[in-house]
Design a protein around this ligand. Structure first.
Ligand code: PML
Length: 240
C-alpha cells in the first residue's frame, strides 16, 4: 500500500506548542493537511513534513485503557509512582522521572521537544540531545475515525487517541514503561503505560496553569540504539 506520513509541528517564541501525525493514502493528504493546520491555537512557526513510507506494519493495539481521578496532584503523582513500580521501575528512578517532568526536563529551562530516555535501572538519562529528546513518529490508527468515536464515547479525548497510539508503539519498540503529562497548561490528565499496567489515565498530574510537562520512556540502557531506531523509523499502523 502506498502510504504517506503527514506530520505537523508548531512553535511559538521558540517553544514547541503543538504536534500531530497522520498516516494516510495520498488522496487524503489535502483533507488531512487542513485538519493539521487548524490544530495549533497559536504559533509563529509551523512545519509540515510529508513523507512517502516504504513498508508499514500493522499491529493490534494491546494496551487496555483505565482512568482514575484524584482530589490533588500529590495523590495523583503517588498513584502514578505506584503504577510505575508495578511496571518494574525502581521507586528512586520513578521519583526522579516525576521530579524531572515537574521541574522541566530541558537543561536550558522548560520542556523538551521530545521524550527523555531513562535507564530503568539507574535513572541515567540516555537521549543523545537533551533539548530535542526522542520523538515517537511514523505511527497512527488504521481506522482513525472509528477509533476516535470509540475513545470519545468513553469520555476520553482526542489527546487520548494520539497518546494511546504513541504508547502502543513505544511498548512495541521495547520501552518498558512510560510516564507522560501534557505541557498544555489546561490539560491535567497524564498517564502511565506499560505491558503490566496497560494505559492508565491519571488526573490531575499537574496544577491548572502549569506549562511544564513531557514524556519519560524507561528502557534498558543496553537497548538504547535499537529502541531509538524503532521509535523514530519503524512505520506502524494500529488496529483497535
Ligand atoms: C499530550 O500530548 O499533550 C499529552 C496527552 C496526554 C493524554 C492523556 C489522556 O487523556 O489519555
Amino acid at each position: 500500500m502506498d502510504l504517506v506520513s503527514a506530520r505537523m509541528r508548531a512553535s511559538l517564541k521558540g517553544k514547541h506548542v503543538s504536534g500531530a501525525e497522520r498516516i494516510v493514502l495520498p488522496d487524503d493528504i489535502p483533507e488531512v493537511l487542513k485538519e493539521l493546520l487548524n490544530r495549533p491555537k497559536n504559533y509563529d512557526s509551523l512545519i509540515v513534513t510529508l513523507e512517502r513510507l516504504g513498508s508499514v506494519e500493522t499491529f493490534k493495539a494491546f494496551l487496555p485503557v483505565s482512568s482514575y481521578t484524584f482530589s490533588s496532584v500529590e495523590e495523583a503523582r503517588e498513584f502514578a509512582l505506584s503504577k510505575l513500580i508495578v511496571a518494574g521501575v525502581p521507586e528512586s528512578v520513578a521519583r526522579r522521572a516525576i521530579s524531572l517532568l515537574s521541574e522541566g526536563a530541558n537543561p536550558k529551562g522548560g520542556n523538551m521537544r521530545g521524550a527523555v530516555l531513562m535507564d530503568i535501572n539507574s535513572g541515567e538519562r540516555l537521549e543523545p540531545d537533551r533539548e530535542r529528546g526522542i520523538r515517537t513518529v511514523r505511527v497512527d490508527w488504521e481506522n482513525r475515525r472509528d477509533v476516535k468515536e470509540r475513545i470519545l464515547s468513553k469520555g476520553y479525548t482526542e489527546r487520548t487517541l494520539d497518546a494511546l497510539a504513541l504508547a502502543n508503539k513505544n511498548i512495541l519498540c521495547g520501552v518498558v514503561a512510560e510516564l507522560c503529562w501534557s505541557d498544555d497548561p489546561d490539560y491535567l490528565t497524564g498517564y502511565v503505560a506499560s505491558k503490566k499496567t496497560g494505559y492508565v489515565r491519571i488526573t490531575p498530574l499537574k496544577e491548572k496553569g502549569d506549562p511544564l510537562g513531557g514524556r519519560v520512556y524507561f528502557i534498558p540502557k543496553e537497548k538504547t540504539g535499537e529502541i531509538i531506531r524503532c521509535l523514530e523509523k519503524r512505520a506502524i499502523l494500529l488496529r483497535w
